[in-house]
Design a protein around this ligand. Sequence first.
Ligand SMILES: Nc1ncnc2c1ncn2[C@@H]1O[C@H](COP(=O)(O)OP(=O)(O)OP(=O)(O)O)[C@@H](O)[C@H]1O
Ligand SMILES: [Mg+2]
Length: 203
Amino acid sequence: MSNGKFIVIEGVEGAGKSRQCAILTDALNASGCAAVLTREPGGAPLAEAVRKLLLDPAYTPDAVTELYLYSAARRDHLNKIVFPALEAGKTVVCDRFIYSTLAYQGYGRGLNLDFIREVNARTIAPLKVDLGLFIDVSPEAGFARKGGADKTDRLERENLDFFNRVYDGFKTMCADGDLVPIDGSGEKEQTAANILQAVRRIL
Ligand SMILES: Nc1ncnc2c1ncn2[C@@H]1O[C@H](COP(=O)(O)OP(=O)(O)OP(=O)(O)O)[C@@H](O)[C@H]1O
Ligand SMILES: [Mg+2]
């Protein structure tokens, strides 16, 4: 049996990642392509425990500490959920992945990009991302959709400058060809159609 595809959806807070990941997974399953939905950080018990540590405002990890915590959660999630699903021939739809690490710890916090790329590559080996999509919604529009930042979330306490650097980082990854940009400014049905069109090209 051939391995399933690994599809990642990225974007800033409130861009519609979680909603679009769910819509895409349902559409794939409805069309006879077995697909599973998962998310980062988290998606498996140890990884979800690490997610709680990462989002808890009680802690103040620096960018290197964050990188290793995200990477530890990522490896556990891959081992427990993603690799078995792909080996079973299923397509995996993942809400955030290595591009978020580059965007937040790299472009956002200023950690060396090549260092992050190296850690990312070693963390996910031998996995390759089949398709990385970036839902293009600005941080301001994303927070407006969410009704403002969730201040119980450590990361959402950051200022708009930080999220604008993260957004610009994602745009750079699109320009570099690492991510495919998806217009996310319209209704969710339109965004879903844009995503399905990109996914059909690789299935
Ligand atoms: N195309 C859209 N137009 C308007 N509002 C939208 C659209 N897509 C999603 N929303 C709304 O925006 C909010 C954020 O959506 P969602 O939770 O899917 O985003 P997210 O990128 O997963 O956010 P988070 O970073 O919080 O996980 C929700 O209230 C959702 O209903
Ligand atoms: Mg979400």
